[in-house]
Structure formats: C-alpha cells, structure tokens
Design a binder for this molecule. Structure first.
Ligand code: SF4
Length: 138
C-alpha cells in the first residue's frame, strides 16, 4: 500500500490540492525477521516509487500481523547499497538466462510466491533423470 502525507516538499496528486509525500507500507502476516529481506523488499518498492514519481522517499513501514505493529524503516545509504548489489546480481542472472534453484526453508509455507517459486520441486528433485525414469518405468 502507498500512503500519501501532506508535505511542502512532496509531489502533486491528480484530484487533490497541495503536495504529497508517498510512504510505502508492506503488510506481512507473521513477525519481524532478523534478516533484512523485508526491509530490502520495502526499499525496492520505495526506489520504484521514487523513479515513477520523481521524489525522494526517506522512510516507509512494515506492518507485521502477529504483533499488529508497524516497524518504521529508514532507507539509508547502507540499505540502498545492499539493494543495489542484489539487483545487480539479479540482472547478471537474467542476462545469463540462469534461474537459481529455490532453497526450501521454514518461511516458504506462508510465502505468497510459493506457487510460482515451487521450493518443494527443488527439494524433491534430488534423484537423477535416469533414476526418475527407471523408477516410473518399473
Ligand atoms: S517460496 Fe520461494 S520466494 Fe518464498 S520464501 Fe520460499 S524460496 Fe523464498
């Protein structure tokens, strides 16, 4: 979701008076994670909004369903650099036409991408093609 707050250094919004500053909010079911993955996702959303709307976005929020609280995320230079490195890696993989295997983990069960990412397929796919064919032919 994107909230817009009235701000003198914001952007005009069609149908609304004044200037508005976008504030991205990402909703998650569970609890905050130790690693930065959710913060990086939110930062990527903010960078997309910055490019679309020609505005700098300094903060956003993650809302976690279990504590039912928002965590404010600052889009620091460090977080942006980490995001840039990940996006560069993604572009390299795309250019190489290489899709890395999903690594199945605890969070996959509640992940909204599990039907696209198919982490179970990677985990179950430990038999060779030959073994698989032999197993089914028998
Ligand atoms: S389903 Fe895929 S995208 Fe989702 S947590 Fe598992 S590996 Fe990551």
């Amino acid at each position: 979701m994107v909230e817009f707050y009235s701000s003198n250094d914001g952007i005009p919004l069609n149908g609304y008076n004044g200037l508005w500053r976008p504030y991205p909010v990402e909703y998650k079911r569970g609890k905050a994670k130790l690693e930065d993955c959710d913060r990086l996702q939110l930062c990527a959303q903010a960078v997309c909004l910055e490019e679309m709307l020609c505005v700098r976005i300094e903060t956003g929020a993650l809302f976690y369903g279990e504590p039912r609280r928002r965590e404010v995320v600052k889009f620091t230079a460090e977080l942006r650099d980490k995001l840039k490195a990940i996006v560069e890696d993604m572009h390299k993989l795309y250019e190489q036409k290489y899709t890395p295997k999903a690594v199945k983990r605890e969070g996959c069960r509640s992940c909204s991408l599990k039907d696209l990412c198919l982490p179970k397929l990677g985990a179950a796919n430990e038999t060779s093609v030959l073994e698989y064919l032999e197993m089914h032919l028998k």
